[in-house]
Unconditional design. Structure first.
Lengths: 680, 59
């Protein structure tokens, strides 16, 4: 009976995939993709994850986990597997899986969708589960500590440095996404601003008025946030008040930088912790609502399966489909950042080793499904509309007429009237050139919600989607700044001990300022760049995130080999090899390509030539020196990523080689076996 | 309140961490009986600080 059930799942999946493959040249219903995805995750979970857990990781339910052995009622707490699943999913799923697929939709829906499915089932899910188990076996040690223990100091330092830089780039690009969503949009700006006092109010509620009453506080906060969306709409209609919330990008960037600095030095209970509760609730609720809405609405995808932009001429970001689709979609397929959560917090909650399958593999499969939904939301828009929203004025022309002419000439017809009507429906003055992915995702989500739950509320759904994205982007921004600050304090503490004290105020101020200045710089450059900035920052973030995944998979591979399981090492080695190929190819192209839309140095040269010959209009000439410097800096940053990842891979190969030839290596840092009560 | 609703509320409280203080007190009473217990507010303040020391939010 069970076998029949899985046979049916396999048949349904194959049928849906076949449907996807045969539907060329005509529009296709999103339900095909949903069915194919769910079947692939189910089969991957049922068979591949079970095999990896049993054979490669030797998951042992009789072994007491650190949560059981070290239970302290605070961080080490044995917790039911579905509760850990919820916590872990909420921790790993941020804005990444929403933005990456939206941008990658410029290649058509097929390349991104295939990578999300295959990358997750054999890459990302395996990575998350493996690191989760390895950390659980080491009392919840962090990725950096595991690198140091198992590979040596070189691998440890490389992992730490890589983590710090990826954090900076991530925060900058997320800040840019929020700024682009709020630019000259009084409704969005007022709503996002309102989330800050609401979070503080809930912070006071949960600390002073009703300590620890998380559910009450969250219920009040979420209600206030929904009211803020409606309030923003009211403000948008007031001729005087709306001007108070109408800002250009640069002003908003300074707001975000100032906000990030304040959030970093304010106590966590006041802003970060309460807003995180609100964003987690919104996130889980919206993901479920979106899945339901897609099944009800069953939208047709209007984007072709593959567009002409796979040749590298894409307007949203430059570069061919290989390797850039794999760089653009990191979260959703495989994301190195997840391993920082899978080592550290989550292992201390695992009640039984048998739970790592559902928590590690299962959570990532669900995140991958979120990415699939984002891809659907992007590709159900008319392609002309999608490109009009996501392409910067520096690429298609500064006026609406120029933009529609350029986009229509690509074979994706769109008119000024169509864009104006859409903007009016969404309660915005314009939707042209709103790069970064958030506005186009919000338009897609609003269309799905409106066709499932009632037309006529498009503007409210649009701003709900913007608020939802902004709330957890800002949470990631605060949390990332804090983590960056701790890492910096930890490092500076080696130079002068007082700087390492996390509660010494001068050190807090200094390190917070340094971290905010670092991401604030990239955010500032992104805003003044007429090509939108996202086209530079997102690929850089993708490369960094995939390289962190390569580091994590190197550590996992070395440990598997050291445990005498070299014959199974391909389980982590194969995704590692693929990541090494795509990140190295992408990084080298970003460094040496002669195409200024791809190569950083080429772009710097082109701009310098234009500046020297006086070909630039005055306002562009004024910022050109900064942009030239930034392109060169980005190139050197890419070189740095490349060196870091190959140092770790070489270290992994060294340790594996020494193990296989019987030479001494660092001893395993695995905690000794202790049976669960009732077994021994 | 029906048993099912109560179960759902218990799950929600567990998922959100609403019942963290009760569970901590339970653990302390079982493992370290007789020692002084923190107040609800003291526990909350300590927990918030501890929770946000490491990486627990991602991209």
């Amino acid at each position: 009976m069970k076998r029949l059930f899985w046979l049916a799942i396999a048949a349904a999946g194959a049928f849906a995939l076949g449907g996807l493959a045969l539907h060329r040249g005509e529009s296709i219903n999103a339900l095909w993709i949903i069915v194919a995805a769910v079947c692939i995750y189910a089969i991957g979970f049922r068979f591949y994850s079970a095999w990896v857990a049993a054979k490669v990781l030797s998951v042992d339910a009789t072994r007491a986990t650190p949560a059981v052995q070290l239970e302290n009622g605070r961080d080490f707490v044995p917790t039911h597997r579905w509760v850990v699943f919820g916590h872990h999913f909420a921790a790993i799923a941020g804005p990444g899986p929403l933005i990456g697929p939206t941008l990658a939709a410029q290649f058509g829906y097929l390349p991104g969708t295939l990578w999300i499915l295959v990358g997750a089932v054999v890459g990302g899910c395996v990575q998350d589960m493996t690191i989760l188990l390895l950390s659980t076996r080491r009392n919840g040690r962090s990725l950096g500590q595991m690198a140091r223990d198992e590979l040596g100091p070189v691998g440890g330092i490389a992992a730490l440095a890589g983590t710090f830089v990826i954090m900076i780039i991530l925060i900058a690009v997320l800040g840019l996404v929020v700024v682009n969503a709020m630019k000259h949009s009084p409704w969005a700006t007022a709503t996002v601003f309102a989330t800050i006092p609401i979070a503080m109010l809930i912070g006071l509620y949960m600390r002073n008025w009703r300590p620890g009453r998380v559910l009450e506080g969250t219920a009040i906060g979420v209600t206030l946030l929904l009211l803020a969306v409606l309030g923003g709409g009211w403000i948008n209609e007031q001729p005087v008040i709306r001007e108070w919330f109408d800002y250009p990008g640069l002003t908003l960037a300074w707001f975000v930088i100032g906000y990030g600095w304040c959030a970093a030095i304010l106590p966590v209970w006041l802003l970060l912790a309460p807003r995180d509760y609100l964003s987690t609730f919104l996130k889980l609720g919206t993901v479920m609502l979106l899945a339901l809405a897609i099944v009800i609405a069953q939208p047709e995808l209007k984007m072709p399966a593959v567009t002409q932009f796979i040749d590298g001429t894409g307007p949203i970001f430059g570069g061919k489909v290989f390797p850039f689709v794999f760089i653009t979609i990191a979260c959703g397929a495989i994301s190195g950042f997840h391993t920082l959560v899978a080592s550290g917090t989550t292992p201390k909650l695992i009640a039984s080793e048998a739970d790592v399958r559902i928590v590690g593999y299962g959570s990532m499969a669900l995140e991958s499904f979120v990415a699939i939904m984002a891809m659907i939301a992007a590709t159900l828009l008319d392609p002309g509309v999608y490109f009009a929203i996501n392409t910067a004025p520096g690429v298609v022309g500064a006026t609406a007429e120029a933009a529609v002419a350029t986009i229509t000439s690509w074979g994706f017809p769109v008119t000024v009237e169509q864009m104006e009507a859409l903007a009016r429906n969404m309660g915005e003055s314009t939707l042209f050139g709103r790069t970064g992915g958030a506005p186009s995702l919000a338009v897609g989500m609003a269309s799905i919600f409106a066709s499932s739950f009632g037309q006529g509320m498009l503007a409210i759904w649009y701003h709900f989607a913007i608020m939802f994205e902004a709330v957890f982007i800002l949470t990631t921004l605060d949390a990332g700044t804090r983590v960056g600050r701790f890492m910096l304090q930890d490092t500076l503490g080696n130079v002068w001990a007082p700087l390492g004290r996390t509660s010494w105020y001068p050190s807090v101020l200094l390190t917070s300022t340094l971290v905010v200045a670092a991401w604030g710089y990239f955010l500032y450059i992104g805003v003044i760049d007429p090509n939108g900035g996202v086209n530079i920052l997102w690929p850089l973030f993708g490369i960094a995130n995939q390289m962190l995944a390569a580091i994590a998979l190197s550590i996992a591979t070395a440990i598997i080999v050291k445990q005498g399981k070299a014959r199974y090492a391909w389980v982590t080695l194969a995704p590692l090899a693929w990541l090494a190929v795509i990140t190295t190819t992408a990084a080298i192209q970003k460094i040496v390509s002669d195409d200024p839309r791809i190569g950083f140095f080429a772009a710097a040269r082109e701009l310098a030539d234009a500046l020297a010959t006086g070909a630039l209009p005055p306002e562009r000439a004024a910022v050109a020196p900064q942009l030239i410097f930034n392109q060169q800096l980005d190139a050197w940053l890419t070189v740095f990523f490349l060196v870091i990842v190959w140092v770790v891979i070489a270290d992994m190969l060294r340790v594996s080689w020494r193990t296989l030839t019987g030479r001494p290596v660092l001893p395993s840092s695995e905690a000794p076996y202790v049976p669960v009560k009732g077994v021994a | 309140m029906s048993a099912r609703l109560r179960k759902l509320l218990a799950l929600l409280r567990r998922l959100s961490g609403d019942d963290a203080y009760e569970r901590y007190i339970e653990h302390r009473c079982a493992a370290h009986a007789g020692e002084p217990l923190p107040s609800r507010r003291e526990f909350w303040c300590g927990e918030v600080e501890r929770k946000w020391q490491g990486v627990n939010r991602c991209c």
